[in-house]
Design a binder for this molecule. Structure first.
Ligand code: CMX
Length: 438
């Protein structure tokens, strides 16, 4: 058993035992009430699932195993010549609950290098798609194409004992995470660089090598990719990509099938695709206004015209958060430290000044502040990655870290099939009549 697997095994078995006892004692205790608004309104805020890697606070933002993003920037190991935390460290933390040492992170980087081989048929499957298939479609299909290598699926067919589900899931998780950068880079190079592929550099860390395979050697881009992959990794369990992965996995479909499902949820414009939409929207604004240095007043007028045409302002608002997203703030800080002169970054900052009061004035938007997607595109363009249709794939590679760590936990804790109750409008009407009469 490898060192990470051993630690995960010990921790998760102890936790599973504790949870069993806890359920025996407190299983019938109520944790939430549900209103009609919540039933109709996308189940907002209903406490109803278990998710170990991270927890979201509406005011404060995300904490991974209790640590905020600024704390992790201090505590997680960095690359040799860098300041940004390595995503390997975050994965270790999410899976075990422990901050890893430098040596443990180095071990994980090397473990993923050893597991990174992608079978040829996966590239053939991607190549069979039209070149203009959206990169997220190609990415999801790439993940699906690897499913024949699933350790979980193979061992399940042979009669896998329940108590070993976690073990096979861990193997798939490690293989998938190791391979995803190669698949994502293959898609980028296929679509945007005439198929010119860059071979992996195994001396680099996971995110640094990803940047390298995408064709970016600038250390600034590598550092941003480390930060990007760290901050997008997880946002507790209820968001659409995490929840979809979890729901699909709860049927005991293997990690390839469930991650691909989660990526399809991430590809929606109200979720991960918002990072591409932000840049598309800003570029349209620049084109319409005829200037790359719009004033706040010009931006405000453009925002109002977007709202008047019945569209959302991409990169703003959130289903849970009620303050500026710390993932936005971390990228803003990165830009302040590393980017001297970018018109686009300056526009993103002006939008931050302009949009919240306008959204607040509508009287219905619960969170007028920027989310994670409001800043990423401007930094990617600064470093030369202009192809915004690809941005959500970068998000997807990162999101695999959190949702697959969670799937390992779901298997170790033997979480059951998900099956919430749905009702009809008539049922709701009868229910409220009955309760009002009582
Ligand atoms: N622009 C315009 N209107 C917005 C808005 C925005 N950025 N954010 C919310 N609203 C509107 C909603 O559309 C809703 O309008 P209706 O009542 O007319 O349907 C109203 O305000 C209330 O919405 P809410 O309760 O504040 O927000 P929700 O939880 O329903 O939705 C979200 C959250 C993210 C879908 C929404 O804020 C939005 O569409 N934002 C823009 C897209 C975006 O940036 N998504 C990325 C989120 C982060 C991520 O998952 O990656």
């Amino acid at each position: 058993m490898d060192i990470l697997k051993e630690i995960f095994f010990e921790k998760s078995q102890a936790q599973a035992k504790e949870l069993k006892e806890f359920l025996k004692q407190y299983g019938t205790q109520q944790v939430d009430d549900v209103t009609v608004d919540q039933v109709v309104g996308g189940m907002r805020d209903i406490t109803s699932m278990l998710w170990e890697p991270s927890l979201l606070d509406a005011e404060e933002g995300i904490r991974f195993r209790g640590f905020s993003i600024p704390e992790l920037k201090e505590k997680l190991p960095t690359a040799q010549n860098g300041n940004e935390p390595l995503p390997e460290g975050l994965f270790w933390l999410m899976l075990t609950g422990d901050l890893p040492t430098k040596e443990q992170v180095k071990w994980l980087t090397e473990a993923w290098v050893r597991r990174a081989h992608v079978p040829d048929h996966v590239f053939t499957a991607i190549e069979a798609l039209p070149i203009d298939a959206h990169p997220m479609t190609q990415f999801s299909i790439g993940i699906m194409a690897m499913q024949n290598t699933s350790v979980f699926a193979q061992r399940y067919t042979m009669g896998l004992n329940k108590s070993e589900y976690w073990d096979a899931t861990y193997e798939d998780t490690m293989n998938i995470i190791a391979r995803l950068p190669r698949i994502a880079a293959f898609i980028y190079n296929r679509v945007y660089r005439n198929g010119v592929q860059t071979l992996p550099d195994i001396s680099l860390d996971w995110a640094g090598n990803f940047a390298h395979m995408l064709g970016f050697e600038d250390n600034g881009f590598k550092e941003y990719m480390r930060l990007f992959q760290m901050i997008h990794a997880d946002h507790e369990g209820g968001n659409a990509s995490a929840h979809t992965t979890h729901l699909t996995g709860s049927t005991l479909s293997d990690p390839y099938l469930s991650l691909s499902a989660g990526m399809n949820a991430l590809a929606g414009p109200l979720h991960g695709l918002a990072n591409q939409e932000v840049i598309r929207w800003i570029q349209k604004m620049v084109e319409t206004l005829g200037t790359s240095k719009p004033t706040r007043e010009q931006i405000a007028e453009y925002v109002k015209s977007t709202l008047a045409s019945g569209r959302v302002v991409p990169g703003y608002g959130h289903a849970v958060l009620r303050k500026p997203d710390p993932r936005y703030m971390a990228q803003r800080q990165f830009a302040e430290d590393n980017v001297q002169d970018s018109d686009l970054v300056k526009i993103v900052w002006k939008i931050f000044d302009v949009v919240p009061p306008i959204l607040s004035s509508l009287g219905k938007v619960k969170n007028p502040w920027p989310n994670v997607d409001a800043h990423s595109g401007s930094l990617l363009i600064h470093y030369g990655m202009k192809e915004y249709n690809f941005y959500t794939v970068l998000f997807g590679v990162s999101r695999s870290l959190g949702v697959l760590a969670a799937q390992c936990w779901a298997r170790a804790l033997m979480l059951p099939l998900e099956r919430p109750k749905s009702v009809t409008i008539n049922w709701l009407k009868e229910h409220v009549t009955k309760t009002t009469e009582d």
